[in-house]
Design a protein around this ligand. Structure first.
Ligand code: SAM
Ligand code: DTB
Ligand code: SF4
Length: 331
């Protein structure tokens, strides 16, 4: 099957609304054509700069304007970050993602320190990823030169629903950052969140935006909202596993080569539910008992999950190097 970039919303809706077992079967078939279904990428997240963020993302416990239990902290010292990265590698992670509660990257001393962190984590042989908010093409290039492998920047929801969730920046700002990241030949990680009160049409709209980008993101995180007390979305109802499955399966069919990441929300899913998500084409997870600020399944629970489902953690840098790919195939 060819990789398509011309998906219509109607075609995506037809896939999304297929009978769920048929949808899983189709997604599992695509998954097997492009990936080893026994292999799951294990990534670790670390919040290197927590809380105090000026943005108003309605889901986020790190926005300064909401009163949550998250305490704002300064940028972590590099040696502590590298100790956490070593620990992550020790426990089988091959990708290490550093998050900062920033609206955007600024050219200041903190950014220079993040560049040092990137160099250090890259030296450990881990795929380094950052999620630092908006950034310019020049900043993306600096990160790449320091050894960054991937940049995470989520579109979160559909263009229509965006201003219900965030008002302090626009969807176009988000798309511009993704373009800047691409221009620097970094691997792109971009996905969204379900369970924020969006309609199914919004979910289809998000998938449509991702699947019609000039190049599909190499990695697509699908998050279930973790409702946090003090945020405007604190009382949102939990999404059912079938909604996660439909989202993951549709993403897998639309973007066959991407790593589809079963991200936030695993803490409320049992083994059987997570197995359905892997069957539907998810092939990456975040490990470690914390995401950025909220809980994630304990390492021994994940070890059991991997044993029960006979899943193997994937090695680092197994994808073709996105930089090489970019150079070989002129755009
Ligand atoms: N400040 C940067 C930004 O917004 O791009 C990077 C960090 S931000 C916390 C990274 C992503 O985490 C968000 O884009 C959102 O998709 C996800 N996220 C944040 N809070 C969440 C929650 N409560 N539940 C699920 N996903 C969440
Ligand atoms: C993504 O899509 N999910 C991760 C990662 N990318 C940065 C973040 C989830 C955060 C969940 C809320 C928290 O722990 O603060
Ligand atoms: Fe800030 Fe990112 Fe949270 Fe939005 S999602 S409030 S930008 S840390």
């Amino acid at each position: 099957m060819d990789i398509r970039h011309d998906w219509t919303r109607e075609a995506i809706a037809d896939i999304y609304h297929a009978p769920v077992l048929e949808l899983i079967y189709r997604a599992a078939t695509v998954h097997r054509q492009y990936h080893d279904p026994q292999e799951v990428q294990v990534c670790t997240l670390l919040s290197v700069k927590t809380g105090g963020c000026p943005e108003d993302c309605a889901y986020c416990p790190q926005a300064a304007r909401y009163h949550t239990d998250v305490q704002a902290r300064k940028l972590m010292p590099t040696h502590e970050v590298l100790a956490a990265a070593r620990q992550a590698r020790q426990s089988g992670s091959t990708r290490f993602c550093m998050g900062a509660a920033w609206r955007e990257v600024r050219d200041n001393r903190d950014f220079d320190r993040v560049l040092d962190m990137v160099r250090g984590v890259n030296d450990l042989g881990l795929e380094v990823c950052c999620t630092l908010g908006m950034l310019t093409a020049e900043q993306a290039e600096k990160l790449r030169d320091a050894g960054l492998y991937a940049y995470n920047h989520n579109l979160d929801t559909s263009p229509e629903h965006y201003d219900q969730i965030i008002t302090t920046r626009t969807y176009d700002d988000r798309l511009q950052t993704l373009e800047n990241v691409r221009q620097a030949r970094l691997s792109v990680c971009s996905g969204g969140i379900i369970g924020m009160g969006e309609s199914v049409t919004d979910r289809i709209g998000l998938l449509h935006t991702l699947a019609t980008l000039p190049e599909h993101p190499e990695s697509v995180p699908v998050n279930a909202l973790v409702p946090v007390e003090g945020t405007p979305l604190e009382d949102q109802a939990r999404v059912s596993v079938w909604e996660m499955v439909r989202m993951i399966a549709t993403a897998r069919i639309l973007m066959p080569k991407a790593m589809v990441r079963l991200s936030a929300g695993r803490v409320r899913m049992n083994t059987e539910e997570q197995a359905l998500c892997f069957l539907a084409g998810a092939n990456s997870i975040f490990a470690g008992d914390k995401l950025l600020t909220t809980p994630n399944p304990a390492p021994d629970r994940d070890q059991e999950l991997f044993q029960t489902l006979n899943i193997r953690p994937r090695k680092a840098f197994q994808n073709e190097n996105p930089r090489v790919k970019f150079e070989q195939i002129p755009q």
